[in-house]
Design a protein. Structure first.
Length: 64
């Protein structure tokens, strides 16, 4: 009976290890994509007030 428990444990361990490994989000064969970052691509002009003084900033974002 003791051997049955060891065999069952090994079988369960192998079955768990054989599960499909998830694909990476990016890499050589897969390009990273993100909907939020896609919306940030472009030229941005930001204006506001910092410590009571007017401030204006320009930003550009693009995928490399």
């Amino acid at each position: 009976m003791r051997h049955f428990g060891i065999v069952a444990f090994l079988f369960c361990s192998l079955a768990t290890a054989a599960e499909k490994v998830p694909e990476p989000l990016d890499g050589i064969h897969r390009t990273f994509q993100d909907a939020l970052l896609d919306r940030m691509v472009g030229h941005w002009e930001l204006a506001g007030t910092v410590m009571g003084r007017p401030v204006q900033n320009d930003f550009s974002a693009e995928w490399c």
